[in-house]
Write a protein that binds this ligand. Structure first.
Ligand code: C5P
Length: 319
């Protein structure tokens, strides 16, 4: 409980994590699988407004547009959607809901509130069927990692989870953003299923995030943390939150920073317990959440009861 309070107040460090998570974190720092070299500054003392302006000017949503090698040679300029992701929603889009997959959303009865947004974002294989009362039933956009595309057990081609909505996929690339290296050796092969899907369903907006965007987000998290964070990409949740801040006028995030219902049930749709899902082992989740907490302008009561964070869209931030 006190751990959660510390998250709400934004004063937590990795030393407050369990031994197991601390060791995992240290191992990832030592391994540095993606060859990360942070050259930026630390700006942990910035106020909220200054921080928002910094993010607004530093972040650009980039997706693969097929104009860079090796994708240009493979004819991807014609393969990717014609309309850029950043222009997908009209300006009438006011409020967006980001629904984390945390177990703590069970018994929240947040479904109706979530569905009342103009846009609803969900992650990976998170279902709504059978959980409508707690998570709602509308999905406008889904962020999926490359495992969803590559691992047949997720039935990407046939499952209704991935139909009739906007899809945004991502996969970790080297920090140097060497696209050829990445294309030859992604974490999981997302390229083959992407090409197949684009050919069969050209009308469905389906994007792959540019690794530059992923690592821009990582730089932002590191720049805002006193510690050396895990040199691994941010979680899908953090990617989705920042993406929505670019696309929407106001963003409501549910059960990313845990409510009083906090538990170590990893996902609301699976009987699997692991504190790493909430606090991070591979992903720098603790630091992502501390940053999101700093940007929150909602009430602490909403955090407590709903696990709800309120964030401004960048278009509404005057700098
Ligand atoms: O596990 P998965 O990545 O599919 O979950 C979607 C997102 O929800 C995560 O990337 C993470 O940001 C968030 N999440 C969380 N706490 C959990 C489970 C998921 O914050 N227990």
């Amino acid at each position: 409980k006190s751990l959660i309070h510390r998250l709400w107040k934004g004063n937590m460090s990795s030393r407050m994590l369990s031994k197991r998570l601390q060791i995992a974190m240290r191992e990832y720092v030592n391994m540095n699988k993606h060859h990360v070299v942070y050259r930026g500054h630390r700006w942990t003392k910035m106020g909220r407004q200054e921080l928002l302006c910094r993010l607004k000017s530093q972040l650009q949503v980039l997706t693969l547009d097929g104009r860079e090698l090796p994708f240009s040679q493979l004819g991807w300029e014609k393969l990717v959607p014609g309309q850029p992701l950043s222009q997908l929603f009209e300006s009438k889009v006011q409020t967006c809901a980001v629904v984390s997959s945390a177990g703590a959303i069970l018994n929240s009865s947040l479904g109706k509130e979530i569905d009342d947004h103009d846009v609803v974002l969900r992650f990976n294989a998170a279902p709504t069927k059978g959980y409508e009362n707690d998570v709602g039933n509308r999905t406008t956009i889904r962020i999926i990692n490359s495992q969803i595309l590559a691992n047949p057990s997720f039935r990407f081609q046939t499952s209704s989870l991935y139909k009739g909505l906007v899809l945004v996929a991502w996969d970790p690339a080297p920090y140097s953003v060497d696209l050829l290296k990445w294309y030859r050796k992604p974490d999981y092969d997302l390229f083959t299923p992407y090409v197949r899907h684009r050919k069969h369903h050209p009308g469905q907006p389906f994007y792959i995030l540019h690794p530059k965007f992923i690592w821009q987000l990582w730089d932002v998290i590191q720049g805002n943390s006193l510690e050396d964070i895990q040199p691994n990409p941010p979680s899908s949740g953090f990617i989705g939150i920042l993406l929505m801040m670019v696309l929407c006028r106001e963003v409501h995030v549910y059960e990313y920073i845990p409510s009083r219902r906090q538990s170590y049930l990893c996902h609301y749709y699976e009987q699997y317990y692991d504190e790493a899902c909430t606090l991070g082992a591979y992903h720098p989740l603790l630091f992502e959440k501390m940053l999101v907490q700093r940007l929150n302008f909602g009430l602490e009561r909403d955090l407590d009861r709903k696990g709800k964070v309120t964030l401004p869209g960048f278009s509404t931030v005057d700098c």
